[in-house]
Design a protein around this ligand. Structure first.
Ligand code: PLP
Length: 364
């Protein structure tokens, strides 16, 4: 039994995300849809094509295709760029999704090697790209870099990396799983950021809060090739409409709220940073997400957070991860729930967190 998880579920106010992943998420998206609309068949049909065209236009690319997952879309992207260059090597961050969360799909399925840029504590900088000793077919940038709290490079760095890759004939791919969430920080639109990249993947179940699914965008030739690979990977389901229609619904519902989530993330990080033995990474968030680090072991934090759920009615997180024996952390992503939190409840929760952190440090 996980006491923190149970207490978090039962507490009336939760800080993170849009709410629990219930079947209602799909029901809401389909509530006002005409039941007589015709499904696509294996990627062909008006509904899916309209959605893909809309996303291509949002991202400022010639074409886009809907994928069941980002994992599939990005491995395929790396394969296409490697085949084109006749070189099975790509470069990316040591903590990017492909390197740490995909069971080595890139290596096992496509025999593509990875060159790791930067170190695990910071984002990829211009010098990391220009200083590469090996030739690669593609450089992948994950914006924001999720596993280090959602850090971002400067806009000028993106510009410089893009120009360098163009000059050297290296393809530049964007892992934009959280692309919309970073636009308020850069004060740019999606197409402006995507213009630096040859190919782009976006997700519909992070800040957008849909069920699952991804879009891959690029030029026509690249997208046609990706469709062939999607079929080879078994991603060409006869009907994907539960995913892309709900993706479209939640895109429309939340795309205008990204600035609000970003401002709320900065406010919340400020509350954490005022507590004893607590710090956020980054200190000032650059998107709707950040990590919270505690000078206390995982087990102690689980007890403290469970108590806050019960005594302050506020769920700050449903889990804690160990960094070392004396340090732990969790991730925060702001969504629709934050605006529903009464301010007094939040103040009470942080008073309690601060007091418990001080009491714990007196004990040790
Ligand atoms: C940065 C990043 N890239 C790629 C993915 C993969 O997306 P999917 O779950 O759709 O395969 C994720 C999912 O969490 C992610 O966070």
């Amino acid at each position: 039994m996980n006491r923190l998880q149970d207490a978090y579920k039962e507490t009336p106010f939760q800080v993170n995300g849009h709410g629990p992943r219930k079947i209602q998420v799909l029901k809401e998206a389909f509530e006002n849809l005409d039941g007589q609309l015709e499904s696509e068949m294996y990627g062909k049909g008006k509904l899916i094509e309209d959605f893909q065209e809309k996303m291509a236009s949002v991202l400022g690319k010639e074409a886009a295709v809907f994928f069941p997952s980002g994992t599939m879309a990005q491995q395929i992207t790396m394969r296409i760029w490697c085949d084109e260059k006749g070189l099975k090597k790509v470069a990316y961050h040591p903590l990017c999704h492909l390197e740490v969360h995909e069971e080595d799909g890139l290596k096992e399925l496509h025999q593509i090697e990875s060159v790791l840029l930067a170190d695990k504590t910071r984002v990829i900088e211009f010098e990391d790209v220009t200083g590469m000793k090996e030739e690669v077919a593609c450089v992948l940038l994950e914006l924001p870099q999720r596993e280090i709290g959602g850090l971002l490079p400067d806009y000028q760095t993106l510009e410089a990396i893009s120009a360098y890759c163009k000059e050297k004939g290296i393809m530049l791919h964007l892992d934009g799983a959280r692309l919309f969430e970073i636009l308020p920080y850069y004060e740019k639109n999606a197409a402006e950021i995507c213009s630096f990249f040859d190919s782009v993947y976006i997700s519909f179940y992070k800040g957008i809060g849909g069920i699952a699914g991804a879009v891959l965008a690029g030029d026509n030739d690249f997208i046609e090739k990706s469709k062939v690979w999607k079929r080879r990977h078994g991603g060409d389901l006869i009907s994907l409409y539960p995913y892309y229609l709900s993706a479209d619904y939640y895109f429309e519902k939340r795309i205008g709220k990204m600035k609000q989530y970003y401002e709320e993330a900065k406010e919340l990080a400020g509350f954490y940073n005022q507590c004893y033995g607590v710090s956020t990474k980054p200190e000032v968030p650059v998107s709707n997400m950040f990590h919270v680090h505690f000078d206390a072991p995982k087990e102690v934090m689980e007890l403290i957070l469970t108590e806050i759920c019960k005594d302050a009615d506020v769920g700050l997180s449903s889990y804690v991860r160990e960094v070392t024996e004396t340090i732990s952390y969790f991730e925060v992503s702001i969504g629709d729930l934050y605006e529903k939190l009464p301010h007094e409840k939040l103040t009470d929760a942080f008073k309690l967190l601060d007091a418990r952190m001080r009491a714990n440090s007196d004990k040790t």
